[in-house]
Design a protein around this ligand. Structure first.
Ligand SMILES: Nc1ncnc2c1ncn2[C@@H]1O[C@H](COP(=O)(O)OP(=O)(O)OP(=O)(O)O)[C@@H](O)[C@H]1O
Length: 270
């Protein structure tokens, strides 16, 4: 028997503009299921609806039509107070620009979601220490964001996103501000968390290299899901398949193939 999907979206639409003359479908008739333990990438050209889709899944925006269930709960029927509680307990977010609080240490930034839940200090301490160890940032626990590297900031953000053990980790271009070394390191960590801890990850990305770490890519065009691609072989083969599909959709491919990432594959082959 299959477990409850972590995401079940049925006939979802998001319309911007109130009058019929200026109505615009940012998402149109989107249906999509994600099983627990999957690592899925959302790709598409600029303006295709990726962020809108992530925002409605993450409860930050309301859909116009359709339903979204996360871990078996229909979030489209929830009131705003219930939604913020649900978001705090079930979802974790990693953004391109880290969104850490500058006046809190690494430890305090990670502990923030737990202190908002009024968790006892001793329990909080053990959870924060566990996730810092997992992400390799225990030694910088007392440093402030301005004192650490971009890669360490993103690891801190990932630790904060995971400390409350959410049902779903959402990423919006999580490697977008990182150099190759730090991007690879974060992607390897995400892969490990997905494979070893079965954390379900949904990530929007422009670049095919980051996407090649996923098990499946969902392509979006003009607000509609147009294709899915499953990884069956090596990551390098998957990367090329992703670029081929993006090539079919035009504009997105130009920004998806990165010379730096191409170089990294060349290095791996040596
Ligand atoms: N608040 C809004 N009001 C009106 N139109 C909007 C609004 N937000 C987004 N849109 C439009 O909806 C479409 C989808 O936007 P969205 O930000 O989801 O695209 P995206 O694929 O994430 O793009 P990018 O890769 O450039 O971030 C775009 O045409 C955008 O202009």
């Amino acid at each position: 028997m299959r477990s409850t999907p972590v995401i079940a979206i049925k006939q979802l639409s998001k319309i911007y503009g109130s009058s019929p003359a200026n109505q615009f479908y940012a998402l149109k008739d989107v249906s999509f299921t994600m099983q627990e333990g999957e690592f899925i990438g959302i790709m598409g050209a600029s303006g295709s609806g990726k962020t809108t889709l992530l925002n409605v899944i993450s409860t930050l925006d309301n859909p116009t039509e359709g339903t979204i269930s996360i871990a078996g709960t229909d979030i489209t029927r929830m009131k705003s107070g219930e939604l913020s509680d649900f978001r705090a307990k079930q979802l974790g977010f990693i953004f391109q620009d880290f969104n850490l609080l500058d006046n809190l240490t690494v430890y305090e930034n990670i502990a923030l979601p737990l202190s908002l839940q009024n968790m006892a200090v001793s329990q909080m301490k053990s959870k924060v220490n566990e996730v810092m160890e997992k992400l390799g940032i225990s030694l910088i626990a007392d440093k402030y964001p301005a004192m650490i590297s971009g890669g360490q900031r993103q690891r801190t953000a990932a630790a904060r996103a995971l400390v409350h053990k959410p049902a779903l980790l959402l990423g919006d271009e999580p490697t977008g501000s990182l150099d190759l070394k730090n991007a690879v390191s974060l992607l390897e960590t995400m892969k490990r968390l997905n494979e070893e801890d079965r954390i379900s990850i949904l990530m929007v990305t422009h670049d095919a290299f980051s996407a090649s770490y996923c098990g499946k890519i969902v392509f979006i065009q003009d607000g509609r899901l147009v294709q899915e691609l499953h990884r069956t072989g090596s990551r390098e083969v998957f990367y090329k398949q992703i670029l081929d599909v993006l090539g079919d959709y035009g504009k997105a491919a130009a920004s998806a193939a990165s010379p730096i990432f191409e170089a990294s594959y060349a290095q791996e082959r040596r």
